[in-house]
Write a protein that binds this ligand. Sequence first.
Ligand code: FES
Length: 96
Amino acid sequence: MTMEKEITFSFNGKQYKGIAGHTIAAALFANGIRAIRKCEVTGEMRGVYCGIGHCYECRATINDVRNIRTCLTCLEDNMIIISESNLTIGEMQDES
Ligand code: FES
């Protein structure tokens, strides 16, 4: 039996709770967040598509490192996750 450890992270400046070891994408999904970034070309909202690291649609900036695939990266305590887009923080939260 494994014990789950609840941790805290931020997405676009807002605090959320997640489970250590879950993927970032899963933690965002569990908190009701579907839109992770905005497409640079079309401006459409993007989120998890393949869930296995192939499509790169789930990219975000994690602790100041750009283009991290959230579906492959495990959540850690106090991670700072920021959308890669030209939207303001308020716009991203409204479109989640
Ligand atoms: S959802 Fe396709 S790479 Fe993450």
